[in-house]
Design a protein around this ligand. Structure first.
Ligand code: CA
Length: 231
């Protein structure tokens, strides 16, 4: 497996912590456990973080913004899981943060083992496991290696075409809306022209070469259907 493949499957954790020593040891501990971790020391930097992390470890006592407010804004702009970190005696803040959508909390001081256990538990709840291989009729999609094949024959797709196909392949038969595909294959805040999707979709269908495999559900979106096994 290539290095880039490894990176795409790593869970991204953002540590928001203004104590440099704590931040460093958390990042190191998370990295050792296989996460792609980095840290920022202000609420503003947390809100501007790109790429959007999968999980945020949020210290509520930040120098610039109110931690509870940061939690609320994070929740509004992404579906990252949030674990808040508070000092003893900040129970009110902890409750407010949970009310604002935090998934869990930790009280300082805490051990790395406990943190990692909380991270795993939250990710289990918020991120469904990526299945090994997605299949529909003659189509196989491997999310880990990003390889696609039709009846065992490998099909070379562009990254965008793959992302679109993956949206459909995770649940064959379910109608996936245009907006859902745009949000997942482009950006969580895509509001541009949707014509671009049609162009990629046409190319994808041409490459797959199986008529009826990607169905257009008029006015709703697209779905995968098994053209051979269909009743
Ligand atoms: Ca702090």
């Amino acid at each position: 497996m290539q290095e880039t493949d490894v990176d795409t499957v790593k869970v991204r954790v953002l540590v928001v912590e203004d104590d440099a020593g704590i931040a460093r040891s958390l990042v190191r501990g998370l990295e050792r456990d296989g996460y792609a971790a980095r840290s920022v020391d202000t609420g503003r930097a947390a809100l501007a973080a790109e790429p959007v992390p999968d999980l945020v470890l949020l210290d509520l006592g930040l120098p610039d913004l109110d931690g509870v407010e940061v939690c609320r804004l994070l929740r509004r702009r992404s579906d990252a899981a949030v674990i808040v970190v508070t000092a003893r005696g900040e129970e009110g803040d902890r409750v407010s943060a949970l009310d604002e959508g935090a998934d869990d909390y930790l009280v300082k001081p805490f051990g790395l083992a406990e943190l990692l256990a909380r991270v795993r538990a939250v990710l289990r709840r918020t991120r469904p496991q990526v299945p090994e291989l997605l299949q529909c009729g003659p189509l196989s999609v491997d999310p880990r290696t990003r390889k696609v094949s039709i009846a065992g024959q490998e099909i070379v797709l562009t990254p965008k075409e793959f992302d679109i196909l993956e949206c459909l392949a995770v649940d064959p038969g379910r109608v996936v809306t245009r907006q859902e595909i745009l949000e997942r294959a482009w950006d969580a805040h895509w509001y541009g022209p949707t014509k671009v999707l049609d162009v990629h979709m046409a190319a994808l269908r041409r490459k797959l070469g199986v008529p009826g495999l990607v169905e257009t559900v008029y006015g709703r979106g697209f779905r995968l259907s098994d053209p051979v096994g269909r009743p």
